[in-house]
Ligand binder design. Structure first.
Ligand SMILES: Nc1nc2c(ncn2[C@@H]2O[C@H](COP(=O)(O)OP(=O)(O)OP(=O)(O)O)[C@@H](O)[C@H]2O)c(=O)[nH]1
Ligand SMILES: [Mg+2]
Ligand SMILES: [Zn+2]
Length: 295
C-alpha cells in the first residue's frame, strides 16, 4: 500500500522533477504549480493529486540553509540545502588547488558550517601535501587521510561523518563519488570509470544525497570550480579567513581591507610569519573576486 502523501527529503533535483526519499521508499515527484526551485537536501511535502500520473511536490519546508556556488556568469546558483558540514576533498592527484580549498573553507565559515579536510588517495603518497596540511591543522581544521579504494578501513572517516549532513566538495577527480561508494557499498555513485562525458571527465553533474544513517548523510556535488557565498558580501571575504578575521580589530582603520592601508595588523602578521603568506594571498584573491562580482 503506497501512501498518498507525506514529507520527504530530496535526493536529487533534475530539471523537471525531483527524486524524493519518503518513509523508506524513493519516488519521482513532478514539480507542481509555480516554478519551484528545489534542490538536493530540501524537505518537501508531496502528494498524489487525484487524476495525476504520479506524485508531485506540494510545498517546500523552510530551509536551515542553502549552499550556493557561483556560476560562469558570476551568479549564485543553488547546490544543496540543509547542510551541516562541508567536507573539502583533496588528493595527491590531481594536484591540489589550495586557493580553492581556502575558498571552500571561507564559504563554510560564512554559512556557519563545520568544515573538514579529507585527503583521499592516501595510497598515492601524501608526503608532498604535508606542509600545506600543517597550515590547516595549525588553524584547527580537522584533516583526515583516507583512501576510497577497496579494502581500506573507513572507520575514522565514518566516525567523522556520523550524525551530520556533509556536503562533499572538491576538484573534479579527487574521488568524491569514490568515497561515497566506499562508505555506502549499495550507492553506485557514478565515478570516472563508469561514465565519462565527451571530454572524458567531469562525471558528477548534479548534487546527490546518500543516507548514511538516521541522522547522517553525504551529498556528492559536482566538481565545481568556484564555490563561494553571494557577491553581495564583499566584507565577508575577511570573515571567511579565521586567522585574518581574528586580527582585523587591531588594524588602525575599522574598514581596513588589509591590502595597502597603513597600520594594518593583518599585513604585519603576514610579515612576521604568523599568518601563512599563501593564505593571505588566498584572501586577496577572494576579495578581488567579490569586488569584481559586487553590483
Ligand atoms: N589511487 C586512488 N585512486 C582513487 C581513489 N579514489 C578515487 N580514485 C580514482 O580517482 C578517479 C576520480 O574519482 P571520482 O570518484 O570519479 O572523482 P570525483 O571527485 O567524484 O570527480 P567529479 O565527479 O568529476 O567531481 C577515479 O579514477 C577513481 O578510481 C583512491 O583512494 N586511490
Ligand atoms: Mg563525482
Ligand atoms: Zn588591515
Amino acid at each position: 500500500m503506497v501512501a498518498d502523501g507525506g514529507t520527504g527529503t530530496v535526493l536529487a533535483s533534475y530539471g523537471r522533477g525531483v527524486l524524493v526519499q519518503a518513509d523508506g521508499v524513493t519516488l519521482h515527484c513532478a514539480l507542481s504549480g509555480r516554478k519551484q526551485r528545489i534542490v538536493c537536501g530540501d524537505r518537501i511535502v508531496w502528494s498524489y493529486p487525484p487524476a495525476a500520473d504520479g506524485p508531485s511536490v506540494q510545498s517546500l519546508e523552510a530551509r536551515r540553509n542553502l549552499i550556493e556556488r557561483i556560476d560562469a556568469r558570476g551568479r549564485a546558483e543553488p547546490v544543496a540545502a540543509n547542510i551541516d558540514r562541508l567536507a573539502i576533498v583533496v588528493a595527491p592527484e590531481p594536484a591540489p588547488d589550495w586557493f580553492l580549498v581556502d575558498r571552500y573553507w571561507a564559504g563554510a565559515v560564512l554559512k556557519d558550517l563545520d568544515a573538514l579536510l579529507i585527503v583521499n588517495k592516501r595510497d598515492l603518497g601524501t608526503q608532498a601535501l604535508q606542509a600545506e596540511l600543517r597550515t590547516y591543522r595549525d588553524l584547527h581544521l580537522p584533516c583526515v587521510e583516507v583512501t576510497a579504494h577497496a579494502g581500506a578501513d573507513q572507520a575514522e572517516l565514518q566516525g567523522m561523518l556520523a550524525n551530520r549532513v556533509t556536503l562533499l566538495v572538491g576538484q573534479s577527480g579527487v574521488g568524491k563519488s569514490s568515497l561515497v561508494n566506499a562508505l555506502i557499498p549499495s550507492a553506485v555513485a557514478l565515478t570516472a570509470e563508469l561514465t565519462r562525458d565527451v571530454e572524458g571527465r567531469h562525471t558528477t553533474t548534479t548534487a546527490r544525497w546518500y543516507t548514511l544513517g538516521a541522522a547522517s548523510a553525504i551529498v556528492d556535488a559536482p566538481g565545481v570550480r568556484d564555490f563561494a557565498p553571494p557577491a553581495s558580501l564583499v566584507r565577508a571575504a575577511e570573515r571567511g579567513f579565521i586567522e585574518i578575521h581574528a586580527r582585523s580589530n587591531r588594524c588602525r582603520f575599522k574598514d581596513c581591507r588589509h591590502i595597502e592601508e597603513p597600520a594594518c595588523a593583518v599585513r604585519a602578521a603576514v610579515e612576521a610569519g604568523e599568518i601563512a603568506a599563501r593564505r593571505y594571498e588566498s584572501y586577496r584573491r577572494l576579495l578581488r573576486l567579490y569586488e569584481k562580482l559586487a553590483p
